[in-house]
Design a protein around this ligand. Structure first.
Ligand SMILES: [Zn+2]
Length: 390
């Protein structure tokens, strides 16, 4: 890859800059440590609504054309945006302004109600997809937070009941104002972004005691999920993500979801088709979720038994194939600033691929990553149900 990747650290977070001299656009991803898993128990959905309003505010304060989208996960809220290179400082200023406006409570009521309606539409589609719902619930189980109720609700709904005051309180939180990580890809050299790193410095930082509380009780398996009469779901947490082992975690996830991987093998053994799944980012962990289609009670039970009998070991040839495909994936990742920014962000949060690397993680490391996760798998819908000590 041309250019450099430089990390500019600040107490409030890290600014990671990829310098691509030839680029005509600037793309960035800002990650805030405020996901729906941090919602207060009495206002589920506040993080999601904050995400929508952040994006609306960002668009309204931008003077240059912008392509932007945002997403809330259990533990993070992300904003991704692309502008023409000349507008890059405009974008960063708008990013800072948007969070300040929200923290100051400058929220237009019409915009709030419009976004509440948009969220209602989104959620009706969202809850229509049992795999998505289950994936988030399983990811919630893996994050060990002191919020048991969130498991039942996914902590993402109820936006119409959220008042401007709730939003202001949410937006004023340290983690909602300062991104924990900002990835910038553009034509300006890294040093020119140093002032940006300064604007992201927080005046002080005190960890929020409520979000660091340990889980109150171990996760218990549930069977009351929509669609669970025809499926058995699995959630497999992969090891705490760091950039150092991000590629091993990424390859482990690919192997688990592969049509010749260990989850598919379990399905084959009992005659139930593995339907694949997805990778859900969590608090320092990645959760791989998937499901099997089951025909009867016998198959459900058989999946539980087959999972406990299997070690998670994947065929060495499959591991080798996935590792061998890395260079191609790396070059695909750097095709434009937006894909590169997303790749660097995923890599920094511990579940992506390193666009600058030339080697691949060793097979043992990938194998260990799969098996460690396998031992902590949570099965939903299988009997006897098995739930690991998260
Ligand atoms: Zn949304």
């Amino acid at each position: 890859m041309d250019g450099e990747i430089l990390q500019l650290s600040g107490p409030a977070g890290a600014v990671i800059v990829a310098h691509r001299p030839e680029s005509s656009t600037t793309s960035l991803v800002a990650t805030y440590a405020r996901g729906f898993g941090h919602d207060p128990a009495d206002t589920p959905g506040v993080a999601h609504l904050h995400e929508h309003l952040y994006l609306a505010t960002l668009r309204s304060v931008m003077t240059a054309p912008i392509v932007a989208h945002a997403q809330t996960h259990a533990d993070t809220m992300k904003i991704s945006a692309t502008v023409l290179t000349e507008a890059s400082s405009d974008l960063v200023a708008a990013l800072t302004t948007a969070s300040q406006l929200l923290a100051a409570g400058r929220i237009d009521d019409d915009v709030r109600l419009r976004e509440c309606r948009a969220i209602d539409v989104e959620l009706s589609e969202w809850f229509g997809n049992p795999l998505l719902v289950t994936g988030h619930k399983l990811a919630a189980l893996a994050t060990q937070r002191h919020q048991l109720a969130r498991f039942d609700e996914c902590r993402i709904g109820g936006s119409s009941a959220i008042t401007a005051q709730d939003l202001r309180a949410h937006a004023a939180r340290h983690e909602a104002i300062y991104p924990e990580r900002l990835v910038i890809v553009g034509s300006r050299p890294a040093e020119e972004w140093l002032p940006v790193a300064d604007t992201l410095r927080a005046p002080s930082f005190a960890p929020d005691p409520t979000t660091n509380a340990p889980a109150e009780e171990p996760a218990t398996p549930r069977s009351d999920l929509s669609g669970s009469d025809t499926r058995v779901y699995v959630g497999i947490p992969l090891q705490p993500g760091t950039p150092g082992n991000a590629e091993a975690a990424q390859l482990a996830a690919q192997i688990l979801l592969h049509e010749r991987g260990p989850l598919a093998e379990v399905g084959k053994r009992v005659g139930a088709r593995f339907r694949g799944g997805s990778v859900v980012p969590g608090a320092g962990r990645v959760v791989v979720t998937g499901s099997w289609l089951v025909e009867d009670a016998r198959q459900r039970e058989a999946i539980g038994i087959a999972m406990s009998q299997h070690s998670g070991q994947a065929a060495p040839a499959l591991i080798a194939t996935q590792a061998a495909a890395l260079p191609e994936r790396r070059s695909a990742a750097v095709t434009n600033p937006a894909t590169l920014a997303a790749t660097v962000d995923a890599w920094q949060s511990g579940y992506g691929i390193d666009p600058t690397a030339t080697s691949t993680p060793c097979a043992d490391m990938i194998d260990r990553c799969v098996r460690t996760g396998w031992n902590q798998a949570v099965l939903v819908g299988a009997k006897p149900a098995r739930s690991g000590p998260f």
